[in-house]
Design a protein around this ligand. Sequence first.
Ligand code: MEV
Length: 307
Amino acid sequence: MTTASAPGKIILVGEHAVVYGRPAIAAPVWQVQARATVEETPNEACRIVAPQIGLNIRLADAAPNEPLALVARLALGKLGAASPPEWRIEARSDIPMASGLGSGAAISAAVARALFAHAGQELPVETLSQIVFASERIHHGRPSGIDNTVIAWETPIWFVKGEAPQPIRPGWPFTIVIADSGVPAPTRETVAHVRQGWEQDPARYEAWFDEMGEIAAKARSAMEAGQLRRLGRLFDKNQTLLERIGVSSPVLERLIDAARHNGALGAKLSGGGRGGNVIALVEPAIAPLVEEGFRSAGARRVITTTI
Ligand code: MEV
């Protein structure tokens, strides 16, 4: 049996604007992971199983738009398999679904990695990213590609759509507390909502996206220089702009207020918005206070990570 895994992810700054060609920064979250196993099942047709989403199907019978089956077909195609081998592929994840932590992309990445590892072949990171991107298109319609890229690279990245990502080396270990609002993040809807606004008033939206892009550039330099307070202020500014484009919500703002009230240096929604996650930048010593503040404000799950 072969096992492989992939981490969750958060977007630090630049979500939504990244769809319009502006830079964004994302980072892996190792506290949550997806795992996949591949085992030989002689004389049985290739099967793909993901108990958490009720998937248990022969690969040959899976619909073309079943994301994990697409990943398996693409990976096996790249491995040169003429027909599906007699393998059982099973995927599991402790990343909450639709929470903005990239659960779909991580499961896809784990499956592709497990298939390549079982075949004894190296999986180039660009190939992995492309395979995961194909499954992301089923989930989200027209994704920028940031989620599959950060999960494939497994390092903080500076990402511009259509360009090679640049790894970021933080000059300081930044502590981030992540709160899951418990409300599913309707990424497809929020992306469509932003597009509608942009179509109605392109000049105004372009100016907001420019501001978000500038925030991303400053956030990168703050990260590289280890400037904690400056990065915190940039989180807050980015949140104000995300509120303007209509992807925040009262539930998320309640969590953001709780983080700031408990001493966070900055806080914002992360990902598609309207639901999903809020992230707060903190001094390590006050992480427990912010965690507790998040819980009292109704967070379903709280994770503290270091970037
Ligand atoms: C979702 O994780 C991030 C968005 O910017 C969408 C995308 O980049 O495809 C909202």
